[in-house]
Structures are given as C-alpha cells and as structure tokens.
Design a protein. Structure first.
Length: 274
C-alpha cells in the first residue's frame, strides 16, 4: 500500500512539473503587464485578452490557422494514403528486394531534412514552380517513413488466417486491404496521424523558404515574423509572444487529449473466432 501511494505521489508531482510550462504560458499570455518573477506565475487578478487582441491586429490568426490546417491536413492525407499502401506491401506482399527496400527506408530516417533542403528547394521552386502554394509546402512531407514503419509493423501482427481466407474467396490485394486490413488498423491510423501532426503543424523552416506571400504562410511562420518585427512594439511583448504560443499549441494539445485513449485500442480479436 505504501509503495502504491509513493508511486502515485511521484506521478502526481511529475504531472505537475510537466504541466507547469503550459500553465505559465497561458497565465503569461493573459497578463497586461509583464511580470517575469515567481509571483507572476500566480497572479491574483488583472488577467485580460489584450495580448491576443494585439497580436491579432498584426497577424491574421484565423488565416494563418487555416493555412496551418491545410498544410497539416495535406501532409496527413499523403502520410496515411502512401503509408498504408507501402506498409501493407512491405508486410503482406512478397517480392524480390523486399528486405533491402525496408532497410533503405529505415536508413532514410537518419538523414536530416536540412541536409536535403537545398536540392528539394531547387526542385520544388525552380523546376516545378510551386513557390507560394500549398502543394509546394506539402509535397516534401507527403511520404513519411515513420508512418510506413508503423503500418508495416501493425499489418505484420494481423492473423495470417484473415488474408488466406480472403485470397481463397478470390479477393484482390486491394480488396483485402480495404475490407479487412484497414477496418482493423484504426489504432495504427490514429497513432500515425497524431505522430505526424506535430511535425507539419510546428514546421517553420520549409514553409518560411517556400512562401513569401504572408497570406500563404502557416501560423508558425507568421508568429516568427511577428516576434522579429512587431512584438517589440507591443505593450507587453512577453505576453504577446506567449499568446501566439498558446494559439499555436492549443490545437495540438486538444487533438492529443481527444484521441489519447485510442493509442492502445485494438479490435484484432473481432476478426478471428475460435
């Protein structure tokens, strides 16, 4: 019993330590006057949305949020479609060079994106003319090797009897994928989507390079431009920056809170009887 209570206390203190930066970010964004002391983390009054109004006057928050949503949604769509197809092929189809292809895919994960950004920029902007476009932002991130790995590992865990029975009934591989594998792959789909969401949502470097039109820039780029050019003229620069950080972090936090229970959910048992 003592060990259980000690474990709970440690976990509770760890949760408080983890949540404190989020709490401080929200409180700081609501203060009209900057207060970086310890007492400023526990205000007794004077909270206002003035910082949000100030940053919204300089940055189109709704427009930037929409750009971030389109950019992130396009990346998620490409990640899921290509990840499912590639993961199923690597897990359930047998062809020459399958193991080598999977090894190469794993090696791709250790190559930093910054190392490839110059040739990708030349290809996307100069060769294809996709500067200041959503497609230009989405294209380099449309295929995610981590998502391919997640789907491959999930499809490998599915019972072979499901696929054998479907093939005996004359089902094509695409039919098997659509009707059998995908309905069981909801945990993998949600995991891949949530893990992929953070990357494009917070991505700064590539959208900054490929978009010069402020109306096309996602929120992360718009906030960075505001910090460099407009935050210093705000009544509370510290609070204005924190207000922008809250707006940027809120959708990601809400998404994780809404779907966290689905990470470990699985319906594999419903597909096999006996």
């Amino acid at each position: 019993m003592l060990t259980t209570w000690l474990r709970r206390i440690v976990l509770f203190l760890g949760a408080l330590l983890f949540l404190f930066p989020f709490y401080y970010m929200i409180v700081g964004s609501l203060q009209r006057e900057p207060d970086t002391t310890i007492a400023g983390a526990f205000p007794t009054g004077g909270l206002t949305f003035h910082n949000y109004a100030q940053i919204n006057a300089r940055v189109d928050l709704l427009g930037s949020l929409a750009n971030s949503g389109i950019f992130t949604g396009g990346v998620l769509l490409g990640t899921v479609v290509f990840g499912v197809l590639a993961g199923y092929a690597l897990a359930r189809l047998h062809f020459r060079g399958q193991g080598t292809l999977f090894a190469v895919m794993l090696l791709v994960q250790i190559v930093p994106f910054q190392l490839l950004i110059i040739p990708i920029y030349v290809m996307i902007v100069r060769s294809y003319g996709l500067a200041d476009s959503y497609l230009g932002m989405i294209a380099p991130f449309a295929i995610n090797s981590t998502a391919v790995f997640i789907f491959r590992q999930f499809f490998l865990q599915l019972p072979e009897e499901l696929f054998s029975a479907a093939r005996l009934d004359g089902a094509s591989e695409f039919r098997i994928l659509w009707s059998i594998a995908l309905p069981l792959a909801r945990p993998a789909l949600l995991t891949a989507a949530l893990l992929t969401f953070i990357g494009p949502w917070n991505e700064f470097l590539w959208p900054f390079l490929v978009t010069k039109d402020a109306d096309m820039q996602p929120l992360a780029v718009s906030l960075a431009n505001y910090i460099n050019t407009g935050a210093g003229r705000a009544a509370n620069p510290f609070g204005a920056i924190l207000a922008g950080a809250v707006v940027l972090a809120a959708p990601a936090v809400a998404l994780f809170l809404a779907f966290q229970k689905h990470f470990t959910a699985s319906d594999l048992g419903s597909g096999v009887k006996g």
